[in-house]
Design a binder for this molecule. Structure first.
Ligand code: HEC
Length: 124
């Protein structure tokens, strides 16, 4: 099995040979974003994959900490509280596109870096 790092190196080499592959990577994120909405992931995990404290509480899934293999298992055979997405409902290609989208969502800033929140802690 090819390691994750090696896959990334191969991908970078392929981009150097054929830069249009970068466009393909952007396309897959766009497709993944649409699928994230079509398959209602957003209804529980939030519009930005930020999770929710509403009932049932859902974990943040973006940016994901998992390699694709783990993300895929968690979506296909999820823990209680989440519906299972079999390959009949969500193909492997579509799940991969959702994964690429979720992976591309930037992490939120640290609380200390949010200026307005720091201002609130000041004494006036
Ligand atoms: C009906 C609500 C619901 C929907 C829709 C839903 N999820 Fe979930 N998901 C959950 C809940 C609740 C958990 C946490 C379950 C637990 O840990 O007990 C979860 C957990 C996960 C996890 C594991 C996260 C972690 O760190 O443990 C992943 C990955 C995930 N969901 C991906 C998806 C994807 C991708 C979709 C859309 C294809 C989706 N979910 C749709 C409710 C939902």
């Amino acid at each position: 099995m090819i390691s994750y790092k090696l896959k990334n190196i191969i991908f970078i080499l392929l981009i150097l040979i054929n830069p249009s592959l970068l466009l393909a990577q952007d396309d897959i994120k766009g497709i993944g974003k649409k699928l994230y909405f079509d398959h209602a992931c957003w209804q529980c995990h939030g519009l930005e994959g930020q999770g929710s404290s509403a009932s049932p509480a859902t974990p943040r899934i973006a940016p994901t900490l998992y390699p694709y293999e783990v993300f895929s298992i968690l979506t296909r055979k999820p823990p209680p509280g989440m519906p299972a997405y079999s390959s009949k409902i969500l193909s492997n290609n579509d799940l991969l596109a959702i994964y690429e989208y979720v992976k591309s969502i930037p992490a939120p800033p640290e609380i200390e870096d949010i200026e307005i929140l720091n201002d609130l802690s000041k004494d006036y």
